[in-house]
Design a protein around this ligand. Structure first.
Ligand SMILES: *[C@@H]1O[C@H](CO)[C@@H](O)[C@H](O)[C@H]1NC(C)=O
Ligand SMILES: *[C@@H]1O[C@H](CO)[C@@H](O)[C@H](O)[C@H]1NC(C)=O
Ligand SMILES: *[C@@H]1O[C@H](CO)[C@@H](O)[C@H](O)[C@H]1NC(C)=O
Length: 557
């Protein structure tokens, strides 16, 4: 009898415990991913909240991360037309559910006919490079088409719905673009070019932040492409209209160039950073420079204490020295299809990296020739980044651009498309060009895979600032103990092509003084256009961060 009672008690206790556990587990599982920018299923980090939302709605309607990324990119072409658009090109890194990482490179290429002495027109400093001679063959829509074919789930036309509506009905000029339009150099350029048709008011004063900008012609073109596919752009009436307008502006691009454009699909390069694997796009994209800087920094074993008062100057000094070497070696990044001896392999060689690390002294910096005996290329700004992770684990990191702000300033009135000036990316980095060749790029959409299997989808915008912006975000997050948001928000240091070190307003003055004392020359750069957008799968939530510098905001569900 006693034994029976005892048994009963035990069973009761056991049942209670199980019930309690169940309740606990249920509470835990139902707990929303409640902190800001933390989502349960999927997330999009684009340059603007508007476009992150467009991407999120596509995901919620059953779209994949690729569907979401394409919709967010098309939206960004409307919201930030100075950065990217269907007249440009992109590099996209995709990781499928089972871990295969593939790069879709659809950057612009050199047309069959191009100005013979084009590189003589290169500016020798940080300058906008306008004109139709710099237009490369746009790859954007062929790229979306290839990605959608392989990974898309929603119909192609569905991805265009919201972006077309935004282009037609108009969107308020975002503060970031408003600021750009008020810069004196941009202002006069826009006022004296065909861009004025969309960015000027009737009295030819420029649109301001909050004014409604509309793109009726672009909406028309996008609608036709939504209905008829990318062929409408590459072989149809849009192609004829685009070529007409480019040639009217003095450019050489023709129907054959558009018709023969091909997307390049290749395996990503994988670089170990300790136990984390980083997947990057191969040359001529900029992944190798990012990896080079990170590998050098990894060897110095920085920790969260590296930003302590007595160590921070040395942290930045070592970082700047690594970037000076990356600058000096940039010429090694070129299109492997057209250059048999690219030095990109060297930059990834562990022995070479170890050697470079020994050349960095805590005692001070060195003259430019120390870092390379080749001229570094001029800097520029532009570009846009979208990072997406969907509920099935498909990850997409897309960097897209028309190169400089508003490309080369050539607007096609018949199609509403702003043309890229991508061929300016050859400046300082090549002596000759070949038809079909892709210029080297700083773009580096990356996917990091932690030992635990968790993912970080990251990439940046800002032309030459991309490498430093992404590198510092990764260093801050991986090694200095910052959250993803802190890592992206932290001020960057930009080492320009003359090896001058530029600091954004408000940067720690004691560090600047300390770096001067080590011999670094401080530059006077006024505008910083670096933007990093990232999505990270944590234990049960997906954290997404868009850069506050472009007033971006991520979205998810
Ligand atoms: C991922 O890609 C690899 C290689 O193409 C393929 O074998 C695998 O089936 C893909 N996984 C999924 C889930 O599509
Ligand atoms: C143009 O019109 C806007 C209002 O639409 C006004 O604020 C601006 O001063 C005008 N500019 C010139 C140059 O007349
Ligand atoms: C730095 O300076 C110290 C003291 O002058 C010297 O002993 C050391 O070798 C120097 N280190 C390097 C790497 O040049």
């Amino acid at each position: 009898m006693d034994k029976y009672k005892w048994c009963c008690c035990l069973t009761c206790a056991l049942l209670c415990t199980v019930a309690l556990l169940c309740v606990c587990l249920a509470t835990l599982l139902s707990q929303p991913c409640s902190s800001a920018n933390s989502f349960r299923h999927a997330a999009v980090a684009a340059d603007s909240l508007l476009c992150s939302q467009v991407g999120r709605r596509v995901l919620q309607q059953g779209g994949t991360a690729v569907d979401g990324a394409i919709a967010a990119l098309l939206c960004t072409a409307v919201v930030f037309p100075q950065s990217m658009g269907i007249g440009g090109g992109s590099v996209v890194t995709v990781r499928n559910k089972t871990g295969k990482v593939t790069v879709y490179n659809f950057r612009e290429t050199v047309p069959q006919k191009f100005k013979s002495n084009l590189l003589d027109d290169c500016p020798d400093s940080f300058k906008h490079t306008p004109g139709s001679q710099w237009i490369g063959v746009p790859g954007e829509l062929r790229g979306y088409e290839a990605l959608h074919k392989q990974y898309g789930r929603l119909p192609w036309s569905k991805l265009f719905e919201e972006p077309v509506r935004l282009a037609r009905e108009g969107v308020p000029v975002p503060p970031h673009l408003g600021k750009i339009l008020s810069m004196p150099s941009v202002k006069s350029r826009v006022q004296h070019s065909s861009l004025c048709q969309v960015f000027c008011k009737s009295n030819s004063s420029l649109l301001k932040t909050g004014d409604i900008m509309k793109f009726p012609q672009l909406a028309e073109s996008m609608q036709i492409i939504a209905e008829n596919g990318a062929d409408a752009f590459y072989t149809g009436q849009i192609a004829l209209d685009l070529v007409h307008d480019i040639q009217a502006a003095g450019g050489t691009l023709d129907m054959d160039d558009l018709r023969s454009y091909k997307v390049r699909v290749m395996d990503a390069w994988t670089v170990p950073l300790g136990e984390t694997l980083m997947h990057i796009p191969p040359p001529p994209a900029g992944g190798v420079l990012l990896a080079f800087i990170l590998k050098i920094m990894q060897g110095f074993s920085f920790t969260p204490h590296s930003l302590d008062e007595d160590q921070k100057i040395q942290f930045y000094h070592h970082y700047i020295e690594a970037v000076k070497f990356a600058n000096g070696l940039r010429r090694n990044i070129c299109d492997p299809f057209f250059n048999s001896h690219t030095g990109a392999d060297l930059l990834m060689d562990p022995a070479f990296i170890d050697h470079i690390r020994t050349m960095i002294s805590p005692n001070g910096t060195n003259p430019p020739s120390y870092y390379s005996d080749v001229r570094a290329p001029p800097d520029h700004t532009g570009t846009s980044q979208v990072s997406v992770l969907d509920k099935d684990g498909l990850a997409v990191s897309a960097t897209s651009t028309i190169n400089h702000l508003f490309g080369g300033g050539v607007y096609s009135p018949r199609t509403g498309i702003i043309l890229n000036n991508e061929l300016a990316d050859f400046c300082g980095r090549a002596n000759t060009l070949n038809p079909g060749e892709q210029p080297p790029s700083s773009m580096t959409p990356a996917i990091l895979e932690y030992k635990s299997g968790r993912l970080l989808v990251i990439g940046g915008a800002g032309g030459s600032m991309i490498t430093t912006a992404v590198a510092l975000s990764v260093i801050n997050h991986l090694w200095l103990g910052m959250s993803l948001k802190e890592a992206i928000d932290a001020p960057i240091v930009f080492v320009d092509s003359k090896n001058k070190v530029n600091f954004p307003p408000g940067f720690d003055q004691s560090v600047i003084d300390g770096l001067r004392a080590l011999g670094h020359e401080v530059g006077q750069m006024e505008y910083f256009f670096n933007v990093v957008n990232a999505v990270e799968k944590e234990d049960r939530c997906i954290v997404a961060e868009s850069d506050a510098r472009k007033k971006g905001m991520a979205d998810g569900y």
